[in-house]
Structures are given as C-alpha cells and as structure tokens.
Write a protein that binds this ligand. Structure first.
Ligand code: NDP
Length: 403
C-alpha cells in the first residue's frame, strides 16, 4: 500500500490522542498535518508525536476558503475532524471541493441551536457519492464504538435487536470541583437539553435529566445514570429498524448535577448573547473560558470509564441478550497518550477509523454512519490500540424484563 497523508483538524484532548496514535502508524502514513485555531497547541502535540512526521498549521475551520487552501497545499488523502461539531459542515464542504475523504466524531450542531441531528450531514450523501469520496460520521466512542458494538451484535448474535440501552459511566475522579471531560460548551449544551428516547416508532421527550436509575457497571458497581438524548440513537434506529426502543444513559455525580443546576439557575449555561460592558458575550462561552480545559485533566485522574451496549432481541426463535462493553482506565490512557480516558476512548476509535479508510477497507463513496460499515476489522483492532472489549451473551442486563 502506498503510504498516505493525513490532515487532522483541532488540537484539544481528542486530537492529542488521534494525532499520537496515527503518528505511530508508520506503516500507513508518510506525513501528518495537524491544524487548529491555536497553532501553539498543535506544536505541543506534534513535538510529543512520532515516528510519522507531524507538521502544524493555523486554521480557522469555519472558513471553507482557508480549509481548501490548506488541503490543496498539503494534499492529504483524508481529513480527520476533531475540532467542534460547528465545523463539520465547512470541513465537509472543503473535502468535497478538493476530493478528499472525511471522518469526524460528533454530528453537526448549529452554534445558535443546541439540537444536533444527522440530517445536515446526510444531505451530502449524493454529492459525496458523485465525487467518489467517503465521509465516515461519528467515529468516536459514543457515537462510534457504541454503533459498532450494535452492528457487531446484529451481525453475529441476533436475527433482530428489539431493545437497546447504551450505558455510559465515568467513575473517574480528576480532583477538580467541577470540570467537563470534553469541550465544556458542547458537553453542557448536550446535558441541559431535553431528554429523548425512541419507542415504537416515536421519539419521546423528557425534561432534562428527569429519568434516572442506578445501573450496575462491570468492575465499578451501581451508579445513578440519567437518560439523555444522544446522536447515535438517531442513526441506529434508522439502520436497525427492528429496534423497538433505544435509550442512552450517562452517569453524573451529585456534585456535578448540583453545580450544573446552580449554573443554569443563574443563567451561566445560556447560549443567548448578553451585553457586558458594551461587548456581546455568550454566557456559556464565557463559562467555558473559566473552566479547566478537558486536555488538562489527565494528570492524576483516577478510576475508569465503562461504556457499552445492552441489547435484547431474538436469535433462532428464542429471546437473547447481549452486553458488549469497554472499561478504560484514566491512568492507563494517560500513560499511553498523556490524555484522560474520555479523550482516549474518543481518539482511539477515530484513529482506527482513519486507518481503515486509508487501507480501503472502510472506503465506499458516500456518507456513512459507522454501523453501516463492516464492524469486524474495527472490533479486531480495538484491543490492539488500547481499548479491549468484553461480551456477555444471554446474561442479565441492567433493565431486566422491562419492555
Ligand atoms: P476541545 O475543546 O479540547 O478541542 C477542540 C479543538 O478544536 C480545540 O483545539 C479548538 O481550538 C479547536 N477549534 C475550535 N474551533 C475551531 C475553529 N473554528 N477552527 C479551528 N479549530 C477550532 O474538545 P475535545 O477534544 O474534547 O473534543 C473534540 C471533538 O470530539 C468535539 O467535536 C466533541 O464533540 C467530540 N467528542 C466526541 C465524543 C464521542 O465519543 N463521539 C466524546 C468526546 C468528544 P482552541 O484550542 O483554539 O480552542
């Protein structure tokens, strides 16, 4: 295989992991370019990456013209977008204009509307197919690995999946009173919106964090888990139409919820601009500026994450259950890449997805959610790149008999 060139955009926590992992793939890449809004952050990541050489550049990824210029000058085979969801469409436009493959970890979200959905990106299907290039959407952990766990179970263990619960626990302790594990603005927008789940062909809405239950996580124990809307639900119920109900659950500590409630009550999580000393500021963006950067949380972070898919359905006329999950230690993630487990569990899948695209195994013209691609090579690579997974077939699930 001719060695490839890769452009990575964004230089935060997730990028640290993607860049370091891809730069170790000297059998695949000849050169990597890391570009972001703040070039000094790219330089710091590049200096700690190798053996594949990593160049850096400054880019405003909201500007299609700037992106096209950078892509033309570096000539990558693919672009990995680990900036923010706001940049998905400009980067997809630039890839289309230059005929380069695209991969991201989060669905597009307009800056002024805290609702994320795939329709904006699915609209590129025909144009990408016509141009003969591929876009792989949502290749982090959730979305990403959770979609692939579901596809793997559908391929090997079920005739039909009926019930899907994605359970996401961070049982780590970073020692800070309040911090978010990925971009605070995106994280808080996600958590403070209404909950939503899919049941019998309809989306049901709940008040934010209204529904919660204790879920028993492997090697962690019971943790209160809150029903949230998460973007992979949208693509999974589309691509696995046998699913009758799909829900997403995430753990939060009492401390976290209390801080969030207070911040919400005083208006600090609002995205509506206000005037402050003659300047227009968005309270949530200001809050982001005073919170710790997710990429700074790695050192001293203890404990682990546990994220998995609990599924119930039918196989050969009998009811079957299946739970596939990964536990990831913050300390091990930090030892490997200098990043905490939330950045790690997102960056490793993106690096594997980019590798599968580069190898041509995940590269059909068009726009794809990861569950539409072959899960087997991805599942084989996960443990080798630091994310071992376990599977429990016909065991007990967190929501037994609930239908
Ligand atoms: P960070 O905030 O740590 O990093 C985001 C990076 O993007 C920063 O370096 C930032 O620059 C850069 N950036 C922002 N705007 C622009 C722009 N206009 N032009 C160029 N660069 C820009 O976030 P994370 O690393 O935690 O998250 C990265 C992505 O991963 C997000 O989209 C997030 O939603 C997604 N994610 C997905 C998960 C999954 O499992 N699927 C889980 C966690 C995250 P600067 O440094 O100057 O601010």
């Amino acid at each position: 295989m001719k060695k490839k060139r890769l452009l990575i955009i964004g230089a935060g926590g997730v990028s640290t992991v993607v860049t370091k992992k891809c730069a170790r793939m000297d059998d695949v890449y000849e050169e990597i370019m890391l570009a972001s809004r703040t070039q000094a952050k790219c330089d710091a990541i590049a200096a700690a990456s190798g053996p594949v050489p990593v160049k850096t550049a400054r880019i405003d990824a909201d500007q299609v013209g700037e992106l096209v210029k950078l892509i033309r000058s570096f000539s990558p085979d693919a672009v990995v977008n680990v900036a923010l969801p706001y940049q998905d469409l400009p980067i997809m436009d630039a890839c289309l204009e230059t005929g380069v493959d695209y991969l991201d970890t989060a669905s597009y979200e307009p800056k002024d509307l805290p609702e994320f959905e795939y329709s904006w990106q699915w609209n590129y299907q025909e144009r990408y197919a016509d141009a003969g290039i591929a876009a792989v959407l949502g290749c982090g952990f959730d979305p990403g690995v959770t979609n692939i766990f579901t596809a793997y179970a559908a391929k090997h263990f079920f005739d039909e999946i009926h019930y899907l619960d994605i359970v996401d626990c961070n049982a780590g302790d970073h020692g800070k009173t309040f911090a978010t594990n990925f971009n605070p603005e995106i994280n808080i927008r996600e958590i403070t919106q209404e909950g939503r789940y899919y049941e019998n062909g309809q989306w049901k809405r709940t008040a934010p964090l209204e529904i919660h239950k204790a879920v028993d996580y492997p090697r962690i124990g019971p943790r209160e888990s809150y029903l949230l809307y998460h973007e992979e639900l949208e693509s999974l119920v589309k691509h696995f139409p046998s699913i009758k109900r799909a829900r997403f659950w995430m753990t939060f500590s009492e401390e976290y919820i209390t801080h969030l409630r207070v911040l919400q009550n005083v208006g600090m999580t609002s995205i509506k601009p206000i005037k402050y000393q003659g300047v227009s500021i968005q309270p949530l963006q200001f809050l982001k500026a005073v919170l710790p950067e997710p990429s700074s949380l790695g050192e001293g972070y203890k404990g682990e994450t546990s994220i998995g898919c609990q599924m119930r359905g039918m196989k050969d006329g009998r009811e079957r259950t299946c739970y596939i999950y990964n536990n990831c230690s913050h300390q091990e993630a930090f030892k490997d890449t200098g990043a905490q487990a939330v950045s790690y569990t997102t960056g490793v899948p993106a690096a594997i997805g980019a590798r599968l695209m580069a190898e041509g195994r995940w590269r059909a013209p068009g726009v794809w959610n990861v569950e539409q691609l072959d899960p087997d090579p991805f599942m084989e690579m996960l443990p080798a790149y630091g994310l071992p997974w376990e599977i429990l077939v016909d065991g007990e699930l967190a929501f037994p008999g609930e239908s």
